[in-house]
Design a binder for this molecule. Structure first.
Ligand SMILES: Nc1ncnc2c1ncn2[C@@H]1O[C@H](COP(=O)(O)OP(=O)(O)OP(=O)(O)O)[C@@H](O)[C@H]1O
Ligand SMILES: [Mg+2]
Length: 406
């Protein structure tokens, strides 16, 4: 027997078996790799001959899945926050292209598709673009506030450098409301100091004159004291009106609503003001159907509105004129009117007379602070109604207010 031949045959057989096993393993591994690529969720575990590997991959995959779902949840939370945020958030890459813009940013910059567009094109404002450029160049945070007159908007943009991606993050805030409130407050303070100065200056002048000798003058003394008294009354009324206004505006006044016949309301306001009207040489009439539906109102407050309107009508109507109080049913409730034959209101002032301290022509209104209509508007609006005026200069004015029936 040729031993060497036997050895060769055995070796050949062993090589054949090894080759076969290698081929089989490679086939399984290739198939496994294919599944990892195309269908990782269907990966078999405990694959014959590669049990160790397939089990390790399976546990790796499980850990990966847990991490991925945590990441997804975090992403979703972040997306919700960005979506709900009232401030605009924009992420810009190193080339100035927008990678992300939340809905608030799209709203603030009036664009529907900011993604992928140039930041210059979306910001559309030289100062804001410059702030972004400075941030890119210096790598430091920049802030810029601008007024956009075309949109009557006031924006503040903060550009923060994103050191990892060499881009930047832009935060945009709409400061329009805050600015408007600041202006209102400033106007209010300057108006009130102006309104206080006039009576205070005349009080000062009157007391100085009295000190200067008028006190012992039997004719001038009492006259000056009478004027001091009138000025103090005016100041007291102003303080009371301001208090009323701030209470009503801050919602501190609770309305005591009860059903009321509109005609009764007109009559009781007319009774309170009749003497004043007659003294001014004016006729005061009530013109109203008997069977009007009743309205739920706070009687004292609504009567105050009517008294304010009648008071104005008396002030701004020449002797011989007429003031008419009216009420009628409308589809939504009851509409009241105070009509006069007075000097009227220029059309450009009609929309402003309900503002605090607004007076059409200070020279023609001797007394008054310009608060009456503002208070009236607040009371009517607190009842869910609205107030407005129509007028023709020289012919008279009519003030309407409508109270809805609930
Ligand atoms: N019936 C009216 N006819 C003409 N102008 C009017 C009439 N009612 C109001 N106005 C104008 O509107 C302005 C604002 O009225 P409002 O009642 O708020 O203030 P006022 O009467 O001047 O002061 P106050 O009511 O605080 O004493 C008046 O100053 C006046 O110029
Ligand atoms: Mg008034």
């Amino acid at each position: 027997m040729n031993w060497s031949l036997v050895v060769i045959v055995v070796l050949l057989i062993a090589c054949g078996i090894l080759a076969w096993r290698y081929y089989d393993l490679k086939k399984r591994l290739d198939e496994y790799a294919r599944l990892v690529r195309v269908a990782p969720e269907k990966l078999p575990t405990d694959v014959k001959q590669i049990e160790g590997l397939s089990n390790a991959v399976a546990s790796l995959q499980a850990a990966f899945n847990v991490e991925r779902s945590t990441l997804n949840a975090q992403n979703e939370r972040l997306a919700t926050v960005l979506e709900q945020l009232t401030d605009g958030v924009i992420i810009v890459d190193a080339n100035g292209l927008i990678q992300l813009a939340n809905p608030a940013a799209q709203r603030l910059f009036e664009t529907s598709s900011a993604l992928g567009r140039s930041v210059i094109e979306v910001l559309r404002n030289h100062q804001l673009v410059e702030a972004w450029r400075r941030c890119q160049q210096t790598g430091e945070m920049q802030s810029e506030s601008v007024e956009l007159p075309a949109r009557r908007q006031f924006l503040q943009v903060i550009a923060i450098p994103d050191t990892h991606a060499s881009g930047s993050l832009l935060l945009a805030q709409d400061l329009t409301r805050v600015r408007r409130l600041e202006t209102v407050r400033r106007d209010f303070i300057s108006n009130i100091s102006h309104e206080l100065r006039t009576p205070l200056a005349s009080l000062k002048a009157l007391t100085e004159t009295l000190q200067g000798g008028a006190l012992s003058d039997p004719e001038a003394g009492p006259r000056f004291l009478g004027r001091i008294n009138a000025e103090v009354d005016a100041l007291t009324q102003m303080a009371q009106e301001l208090l009323d206004l701030s209470r009503i505006e801050s919602g501190q006044v609770e309305l005591m609503l009860m059903p009321l016949d509109p005609k009764k309301l007109l009559n009781s306001a007319a009774d309170r003001m009749r003497l004043q009207a007659e003294r001014a040489g004016l006729k005061l009439r009530v013109h109203c159907a008997e069977d009007l539906q009743s309205v739920r109102v706070d009687k004292a407050r609504l009567e105050q509105v009517l008294v304010n309107l009648i008071h104005n009508a008396v002030k701004f109507t020449k002797p011989g004129g007429e003031i008419t109080l009216e009420a009628e049913s409308t589809s939504g409730g009851v509409k009241f009117a105070v009509r006069d034959t007075g000097v009227g209101i220029p059309s450009e002032s009609l929309s402003r007379i309900f503002e605090r301290f607004y007076r059409v022509d200070r020279s023609r209104t001797g007394s008054g602070t310009g608060l009456g209509l503002s208070i009236s508007r607040h009371i009517v609006e607190a009842h869910g109604g609205k107030i407005w005026a129509n007028s023709r200069e020289g012919e008279g004015s009519v003030f309407h207010f409508e109270i809805p029936s609930v």
